[in-house]
Unconditional design. Sequence first.
Length: 302
Amino acid sequence: MSKKTNVLVLIVLLMATANIYADTFLGAKPILVGVLDEKQCAKDANTRALIMYAKTKDGWIGLDSPDSPDIQVAWDRQWTVGFDGKSLGTLRLTNSSPAYPRRTDGYFAGEVLLAPAGQFPIVRNTSKSFGGWCGEPKSRPLVLVSEPNVKDPAEWKPFKVGSEYKEMLFDSLNRELQKSKIVNCTNPEQEKATPYVFGVEELKIYKGYRSKDGGVLISVGLNSDNYHCDGPLGPEWSSQWFYIRNSRVEFIGDSLMLLDEGDYDEDGKSEVLFWSSGYNEDGYVLYYDDFRKKVPFKWHYH
């Protein structure tokens, strides 16, 4: 093959790659979403930048699989830090491990170690929320977006949840919990747990949020004070989240903590990002399309 032919082949390959990239993403650079957080179970509490999601023409995807796009250069841009629909400022990221492995070595895009360069905003975790496998962070996680898209057009706000929601959600919650074997004990010394039968009065409301267009998020569950067994609580005893809109009542997940809401892709609708934690598992879950779709990004410790 001649040198001229080699050049032509290279040009064709580059054009094909560019077309594939353009077909996958909405622009020259994909919109990326991540968090500034404190890595769980680390020896120090240094803040890291964890880039987790990319917006494609087919929706949001997680960057934690071999099929995720290569972002080894896409992180080098101006990032917006968001909290509760507002910008807390912008920052740049630095690669804290310049010799990080290549994709061909089996490492995923989300595993690239990034850190904020210079000063960055901090919101103290005074409520001791966002607990994970190794405890609660000193600072709450903050959303990180590759574009200045942090406004929340749905205007999600917390509200005081009335007891009527226990009645409203009891049947839906019972259906979900019956998928697991719910047991409890009379005391920690009881050798064998027994099936737990509960009623509306045993339910506990944890959190409630309402959007300006009538959507409602409710976190409800069993009262863990009634468990009494020796050993860790299962996910069936954690908070169970439901989305309510008009006559639609939909279970969206358990063991969640609402982190942020924002129109990250600027399509006029808010995405909602949750922190998720369970036994030997932590991570985040991004919900979009009016909670019809979700993208988890999780990791394990052993």
